[in-house]
Write a protein that binds this ligand. Structure first.
Ligand code: NAD
Length: 373
């Protein structure tokens, strides 16, 4: 079985779906691995490091794709890439199955057996495959560094001969994987951190990291699978009214709130941004999925009333070495779950396999996606 690892072609994408360490694991499992020349370069993994672990280095992307039995990707393949795949090729990646049904249809039409990591059931057994979590962890960490880099003030308190510097106040809205990592990182930098989330479990998790949970007189909004449920406009209006004074009192607001398959809820309005001290920073990790802040634009810094609103875009890719290392492990774990005796033998009765499989035998098979294609 020939496993192919191409260079990611999406604009600005620096990650790669296999790293030398995971190549070693795949080769040890009896697979032959072929990496496109330069595929790991932008993530600080040069070709010789892959070759050392037993990968063949292929300079020609068309040949790589056309001879693959399994294709490991970070971002969804382009139409040109899909056309080069042979029917029956297995594909693992972040395929944006709900947001891009046309591409899923194209994969089905080509006869590709595609596994979308976004659809992974969040059960304990699948934690080592959970790419949304591994990449959200990277994003949460980076969000704090982006804020610290733009803030014209210190994060930690300092008592110096020239006077005392108070610690920065950081508010994290959405305390899921990214939010919790942001809390931990901001605490390590010495900020005073508060956080809010609509899920009941978040309160204890926030407190366990030494941050203050912002108590709002609102009902919790738990959905299924550890996610929040979509909130009504009335709920969000109430939330915005109640959170306003906490935003105004913060030097940094990091927003990470998301509802799977839905646009991100607006938590921070233009008026709230105007209420912050000049020099304050908002980092919106949900900017690409609609935005938690009214002013954010993905990939841009917007300055409004002296406050910088950072519209985050593909943040995990900005720390590509570790983002790739973690992602590659997630991908390898899923692939190896489906390999027996060196061949591709997925067990579709396994809920992890069935839960991620989006196209198979020429059809879109995942119920959450079928309705959209
Ligand atoms: P996510 O990226 O979908 O959302 C981020 C956070 O935004 C969530 O915590 C959500 O509750 C919150 N949110 C939504 N609307 C909000 C609002 N109006 N105001 C404030 N916050 C709002 O979620 P995620 O981070 O991927 O995961 C959420 C949780 O799922 C995790 O914290 C964890 O408990 C659970 N989880 C479980 C597993 C597992 O068991 N394998 C793996 C990963 C995550």
């Amino acid at each position: 079985m020939r496993v192919a690892v191409p260079t990611e072609v999406a604009e600005g994408e620096r990650r790669v779906a296999a790293v030398p360490d995971t190549v070693g694991r795949l080769v040890a499992a009896g697979l032959s691995v072929c990496v496109q020349a330069g595929a790991g370069e932008r993530a600080a993994f040069p070709d010789p490091a892959y070759a050392e672990k037993g990968a063949a280095i292929e300079p020609d992307p068309a040949g790589l794709l056309g001879s693959a039995d399994a294709l490991l990707k970070v971002r969804p393949p382009t139409s040109a890439e899909i056309e080069r795949l042979r029917p029956g090729t297995a594909l693992i990646g972040l395929l944006n199955p709900v947001g891009d049904p046309d591409r899923i249809r194209a994969l089905a039409g080509r006869g590709v057996t595609a596994f979308a990591l976004e659809l992974l059931p969040r059960i304990s057994r699948a934690q080592n495959i959970d790419a949304l979590s591994s990449q959200a962890m990277v994003a949460g960490y980076r969000a704090v560094l982006m804020a610290a880099d733009r803030l014209p003030r210190f994060f930690p308190m300092s008592m110096t001969a020239a006077g005392t510097v108070p610690p920065a106040k950081v508010l994290v809205l959405g305390a899921g994987v990214a939010g919790l990592q942001a809390i931990a990182t901001a605490r390590r930098l010495g900020a005073v951190v508060a956080a809010y989330d609509v899920r009941a479990a978040a309160k204890e998790e926030v407190a366990s990291l030494g941050a203050t949970f912002v108590e709002l007189p609102l009902e919790t909004q738990d959905g299924t699978g550890g996610y929040a449920r979509e909130q009504s406009e009335t709920f969000l209006n109430d939330q915005r009214k109640l959170i306003g004074r906490h935003v105004a009192a913060s030097d940094v607001v990091i927003t990470t709130a998301a509802i799977p398959g839905r646009p991100a809820p607006v938590l921070v309005t233009e008026a709230m941004v105007a209420s912050m001290r000049p020099g304050s920073v908002v980092v919106d990790l949900a900017a690409e999925s609609g935005g938690n802040c009214e002013l954010s634009r993905p990939g841009e810094d917007v300055v409004s009333d002296g406050v910088v609103v950072v519209g985050a875009r593909n943040v995990a890719s900005s720390m590509p070495a570790h983002a790739s290392a973690l992602y590659a492990r997630n991908v390898a774990n899923l692939l190896l779950l489906m390999v027996r005796g060196g061949g591709f033998a997925p067990d579709y009765d396994d809920e992890v396999v069935a839960g991620t499989c989006v196209t198979r035998d020429g059809a879109v098979v995942h119920p959450a996606v079928r309705g959209r294609t």
